[in-house]
Design a protein around this ligand. Sequence first.
Ligand code: HEM
Length: 218
Amino acid sequence: MDALARLWRSTVGRKALVAASGLFLWVWVVLHVAGNLTLFSGPAAADGYAAALRATPAALWAVRAGLAAAAIVHVAGVVSLARAGRAARPRHHAHAARRASTMAARTMRVGGALLLAFVVYHLLHLTAGLFHPGFLPGHVYDNVVGGLRPPWVAAIYIAAGVLLGLHLFHGLWAAARSLGVWPEGAARQRRPAVALVSAAVALGFASVPLAVLAGWLR
Ligand code: HEM
């Protein structure tokens, strides 16, 4: 805890914490998308998978606590780094600096805030069953397929998948650079591989609402 607090106090340390928490969330997202694909094997497989996850409540709550902690560190770190960056910039440089701040970095902030809003909506929708007339606890397959049937809800889930893919793409790239994992040349070479994995995650998430819209999942 002490080491964490010391890391948080320096800009470099906060960057490392944002990157490390982001990587943790990255791994979890890949597991989530893989779990979602059980929906394509039918209700028994999807409900069985969800029941297996709930079979060990201690492990489930440990992962949930880790997720919540990683999300808090990630968001608080980004906000605090952005504030520190603004405060360090002389006033008359503000405009030029804003222009220099890449399109991608700004998209990351707006996209990240939208993703956070989506996660809140998503938990209320598919975990708590709010705004979901036919919700039945434990019936994950029916809850997902029934919940995503209105085209505007499917559209929200497709948009979230695409937004998440873009966020992962730029995030993994930025994390590897801020942690100094890859030298500049190697980072450029690995860009297509990072793009491919991020696109696969986006497609994996979007495939469920798309399949519901197409009537393949019903
Ligand atoms: C687009 C298709 C998606 C589908 C079909 C889907 C489906 C689900 C389902 C069925 C659950 C479990 C609900 C329950 O039984 O309690 C769940 C939980 C969750 N999902 Fe998604 N999800 C999708 C996208 C996303 C995205 C893009 C994110 C994050 C950016 C996300 C984050 C979460 C979180 C944080 C939980 C709670 C995990 C827990 O309870 O431990 N999901 N999702």
